[in-house]
Design a protein around this ligand. Sequence first.
Ligand code: AMP
Ligand code: ZN
Ligand code: FE
Ligand code: FE
Length: 289
Amino acid sequence: MIEVDLHLHTTFSDGRLTPTQLVRLCAQRGLRVIAITDHDTTNGLPEALETVRAFPHMSLIPGIELSTDVPGGEVHLLGYFVNYTDQSFQDTLSRFRDGRQDRARRMVEKLNDLGVKISWERVKEIAAGAAIGRPHIAQAMVEAGYVQYPKDAFERYIGRNGVAYVERLKLTPVEAVRLLRKNGALPVMAHPTYSSTKAGRDEVANLRETLQGLRDAGLVGMEVYYGDYTPEQVAMLSRLADELGLVPCGGSDYHASGNPGEPEPGTVGPPLSTVKALEALRHARPRGD
Ligand code: AMP
Ligand code: ZN
Ligand code: FE
Ligand code: FE
């Protein structure tokens, strides 16, 4: 039985359930510990924390997800027990969100030039003030009938190798780990390897060396029990986490995206011992400080 899900998105970034709807869904699915990890924002956390109070058997870890660039790819970092009252951290997040906005507008322009006539106004309406991301553009493309599912938009147009892809301001993975540590959050590498339902997302190159380097900068864990990973992928990552002394984390990465076969809360996640390990590190004044 799955009791923990440490990777979830809400309407405050590119998820399609509000924090309240998401927390209720997780409670219905019998989860005991969840973390909300929106992209570049903590603004959904107060509502989620308030809603969780109605479910005494469940607790919420405040989290965040940051995207970083490496040559030829991306590494995402999750931060747990994030201190969302940290003003300097919030200023940085706000800059990342501005970067998302510019980049989304440029992607819509590129799509328009390619004959995909979705409007920037509609994309902004769909995002409704959230940290705007490619899934909002994908949704506009579904609505307008250009693709059947959001994932199809990634495959042809807005995925890393798509014709309408545009870069945005991103940190390096080490910078993101340091930023999270400075905030007091515990950094964890997200989805380290290939995911079959997210075309165009490859494994992190030189995974072991990358993890070792990040661990020296303050990384404490990596996702192992993630999304649609196969038992073989989980076994490989679990061995690696063990060898490197990293906490084996994970979760569904649920967005209510509308993609077929999307892993849902309650179908995948780490054991409760993972939460205990994170809590111990949190109180331990971790490495790098
Ligand atoms: P962004 O933050 O704008 O770079 O968008 C990244 C988000 O898009 C991820 O967190 C996923 O929710 C989604 N995503 C990335 N790649 C894919 C894919 N191939 N298919 C569907 N969704 C994807
Ligand atoms: Zn996302
Ligand atoms: Fe991610
Ligand atoms: Fe995510």
